[in-house]
Design a protein around this ligand. Sequence first.
Ligand code: AMP
Length: 280
Amino acid sequence: MYIVHTIQDIRKLVSVWKAEGLTIGFVPTMGYLHEGHAALLQQARQENDRVVLSIFVNPSQFGPQEDLDSYPRDIKADTKLASANGVDAMFVPTVDELYVDPKTSVHIQDLSATLCGVSRPIHFTGVCTVVTKLFNIINPDRAYFGEKDAQQLAIIRKLVVDLNIPVDIVGVPIVREPDGLARSSRNTYLSPDERKAATVLYKAILEGKRMVEAQRDASVLIAAMTHIIDEEPLARIDYISIVDQYTMQPVEQVEGAVLVAMAVYIGHTRLIDNFSYDPS
Ligand code: AMP
């Protein structure tokens, strides 16, 4: 496995592979890799001749009060997990390598204004900017994103259409802990009590999934899920919302394909979870 730190070197490597007619699967991450990331890598491994993983904690997607400085990092463990999952090249740039006095950003309207975009107003501009840059640097055939970050996935799908970026975007199902908590690098922030309390997100997801089969009124579904979260003293809801799967705009009735999404603080840690549902 190659470990590459510069744009020039990853470009050189990928261009050699492309000249040989090989396909490139790309998995962008912020590192501190876990089984969720491994699922993306495994799918990329199956569908492509070469797999490129990037590890970059992107400052431009963190707000001023967010956890950029404390975001967990362990490049040694990441290298091991990457190698065990068949990664061919790990691209690990520094902030200075990717951002040199930038004046340009990529902003997506409307889709970024709901759900996580409300409490994280600059987040998706940071994500869209760095993903566009990484696509331009790596030039992959396919790129893999987790359904755990479902709004991000919807945004990237729209981004590549709007900007004519020739990359197939592949969504990968949420990987969970045995008790249902969605795997996340941020789970490491949870104290043992908070870790127990965090299972309340999945309880609410299961109840939402069960109810939506017979109940199409979004406010009734949201109220039931809210009630479950409110029973957990360590939990504080940021949002629970039901939006159109493509536009990310709230719906009153579940008529087409929707995303049921939530962000919940457990102590100081903000966790997200979701499920998709299509009545047809
Ligand atoms: P992150 O390192 O948190 O930015 O995540 C990198 C990629 O891994 C994103 O596309 C995430 O959606 C995906 N991912 C993170 N956690 C999970 C999970 N539990 N299941 C599936 N994909 C995940």
